[in-house]
Design a protein around this ligand. Sequence first.
Ligand SMILES: *Cc1c(COP(=O)(O)O)cnc(C)c1O
Length: 401
Amino acid sequence: MSKSDDDSLRPATKLVQGGRRPEWTGDPRLGGGVVNPPVWRASTILYDNIADLKARGHATHDKLYYGRRGTPTVWALADALTDMEPGAEGTLLYPSGVAANSSGLLALLAPGDHLLMVDSAYEPTRAFCNGMLARMGVATTYYDPLIGAGIAELIRPETKLIFLESPGSLTFEVQDIPAIVAVARERGVLTMLDNTWATPLLFPALAHGVDVTMMSLTKYVGGHSDAMMGSLTATRAVWPKLRSAAYQLGQAVSPDDCALMLRGLRTLDVRMARHQASALAVAEWLAGRADVGRVLHPALPGDPGHDIWARDFSGASGLFGFALKGADEAGRTRFIEALDHFGIGFSWGGYESLVVPSNPADIRTATQWSDPDPLLRLSIGLEDPADLIADLARGFAAVAG
Ligand SMILES: *Cc1c(COP(=O)(O)O)cnc(C)c1O
């Protein structure tokens, strides 16, 4: 284990130390070690002899076996992520966040099972439930993100899993995760959380009783908009199922991408603090404007999710939404296209600010999104927030003009 496998260490220290096992960073024959686990690219692993080849258990997660099962660069990232989640047995890596979500759902569900899926989930997660899971004979019921302990009424004998995403990545409802987890535990149902928005820095999910936590590492962990990856981190009870499914599905990630993710991970704490502070400054400025409708940011007092967010999360990231009061589609387009410092694009969590229009009313089924004002989603990057605010002021001028 690396030094960061010590739950008395604080998260920022773990981010620095995670995955840097001496056997991966040093070689006594070279007289010392390096700071970062080197990039080990491999398909074939060479064995000393036939006895060695036969003896090597193939279900290991930290012994070389075959390239698809990873090399120290891959294990270093998995280890570092595991260390960030007290209560975790291990972490599996996938080529994207979507692959992590779909592999986790496949691992935990079988034909005839029932899944409870939050209505505010990331759209490709819904697409997997309505597509492959439905074809497999898994029934999905979408539930109100604000349901809390009321989830108990939706549980059937065949319900196997409750999937959460909090805050929802388009509409930012905060779920009462402890209440849902308590019901799930009592009824013997597993819980899986898409924790991409908060990361374990702001919400260590397993410590809150969640069984499997997922992240799109593409977002804040990578942090530089140059690589894609996803992760599942799980308790001891669930981990073997996830690992077996990942092996059967051939899920493998590139060691070069793992090195990028490890580089991002080391600075996650300082970046997140800046994302949080700048996003709050922008959100507060927006909230004070007459031409803004709702601001969807749980760290703002008065936000419907604020109290639960303040109880459960230790901070906020840089992604939030707001509505242009009384504007139409053309006004929203004028707003976005007037901005100089916000790229128009999907994904988020990078160092650069981004904006996209969002239309939650088109996606939901269990609940309705009835606010008529057009919504935008902002990912606040690491620029000076004063420059971002001046830019947004240009956008408002363009809507009005
Ligand atoms: C982006 C995203 C994903 C998917 O991640 P990719 O790495 O883009 O596949 C999953 N969940 C949420 C909340 C996301 O924002």
